[in-house]
Write a protein that binds this ligand. Structure first.
Ligand code: NAP
Ligand code: GDD
Length: 337
């Protein structure tokens, strides 16, 4: 039986990865942060199946302790301050967790169990202001946020430990992936919960920032399988994981409201106050510059052909299916609450 240690197990990907590894017979350990209130977030259902270890990516002593307790064959480093907007508000702690935190765990592996295989959660945000379309493994990076910059450090230090010490260390450059477990401040989940609340009469209006940004969106359950596949190869390597198609935020909104048969009334910048429009049976979607970013990543489109040919990976959930699953889930959730 193999053993895995997952950092970020309470997050979207960490919880799906734990489900997947348990189904493959792994013994799973998960690093969780101590908070004022005990909260396992997306890993609530895993409480009896996973060994939780308290720790923090910024506290190397806790990582050493976690490595000693788990003695893992595979380490998946999914922990991060992952919300791009927040990285302008907390740039230093973002760097501490997402950049230095990766060195903390790599050093821990090097010292305690150099044979353990390591997965680093790299991101398409590193391509930022894209230098090539579509983006592949060889595309030059140009991050556009403190988050993207911090992740680029994590990416390169992973490569460096592979080349310096011969660790089996891989980075998955994953494009956006969403799910029913996505954090509510990310745009897809913000839209799906708003659609559900508007349908149930619990919200009046959906306010968003840049509607024209485009993302290459897949489902997290497909993407965590790619992480596992990367650690099952003969030699470590880095891979782009994406769908190869992209859509605008506006398209996501349109499909999500279509799912509940509600028409949209778009209010762009400079539109009259919402109060004027109350009483309409359409859903009001309004642009609010409060949600603009200091520097935007306008478009991301990945080329997953290397992962498809070398790992045999393929996404299964289509864009339409993703939107449908998220809206259906949130509708049930809001109706129940
Ligand atoms: P997520 O839902 O935000 O989960 C982040 C996890 O990191 C949570 O479990 C969080 O714990 C934990 N964490 C944060 N700071 C920590 C710290 N200092 N010490 C220990 N744990 C800490 O993110 P996700 O969407 O699952 O993404 C997983 C990883 O993939 C992240 O590294 C993200 O940057 C990267 N990524 C995500 C995407 C995507 O589209 N989802 C794409 C590319 C790369 P709490 O529950 O305590 O907050
Ligand atoms: N969050 C949010 N809220 N984004 C909005 C909004 C809004 O109200 N309105 C428009 N957007 C736009 C953002 O400006 C951005 O262009 C796009 O929607 C996607 O934003 P997010 O869903 O917050 O995701 P992200 O692309 O910035 O980052 C996610 O994907 C990365 C991979 O490319 C995160 O999961 C990162 O952790 C991940 O690395």
């Amino acid at each position: 039986m193999k053993t895995a240690l997952i950092t970020g197990i309470t997050g979207q990907d960490g919880s799906y990865l734990a489900d997947f590894l348990l189904s493959k017979g792994y013994s799973v350990y998960g690093l969780v942060r101590r908070k004022s209130k005990l909260d396992f977030n997306n890993a609530e259902h895993l409480k009896d199946k996973v060994h939780f270890i308290f720790g923090d990516m910024t506290d190397q002593a806790s990582l050493i302790r976690a490595m000693e307790i788990a003695n893992p064959d595979e380490v998946y480093n999914l922990a991060a301050q992952s919300f791009v907007t927040a990285s302008w508000e907390t740039p230093l702690s973002t760097a501490d967790i997402n950049a230095i935190g990766v060195t903390n765990i790599l050093e821990t592996i090097r010292l305690i169990k150099p044979k353990a295989r390591f997965y680093q959660a790299s991101t398409s945000e590193m391509f930022g202001k894209v230098q090539e379309i579509p983006q592949k493994e060889s595309t030059p990076f140009y991050p556009r946020s403190p988050y993207g910059v911090s992740k680029l450090y994590g990416h390169w230090i992973t490569k460096n430990y592979r080349e310096s010490y011969g660790l089996y260390a891989c980075s998955g450059i994953l494009f956006n992936h969403e799910s029913e477990r996505r954090g509510e401040e990310f745009v897809t989940r913000k839209i799906s919960t708003a659609v559900a609340k508007i349908k149930c009469g619990k919200q009046d209006i959906l306010e968003l920032g840049n509607l024209d940004a485009k993302r290459d969106w897949g489902h997290s359950e497909d993407y965590i399988k790619a992480m596992w596949l990367m650690l099952q190869q003969e030699t470590p390597d880095d891979f782009v994981i994406a769908t190869g198609e992209n859509h605008s935020i506006r398209e996501f909104v349109e499909l999500a409201f279509k799912e509940v048969d509600i028409e949209i009334e778009w209010h762009g910048l400079g539109a009259k106050e919402y109060a004027t429009f109350k009483g309409t049976d359409k859903a009001v979607v309004r642009v609010n510059p409060q949600f603009y970013r200091p520097a935007e990543v306008e478009t991301l489109l990945g080329d997953p052909s290397k992962a498809e040919s070398d790992l045999g990976w393929k996404r299964e959930v289509s864009f339409l299916e993703l939107v449908k699953r998220m809206v259906d889930h949130d509708l049930k959730w809001i109706q129940k609450s």
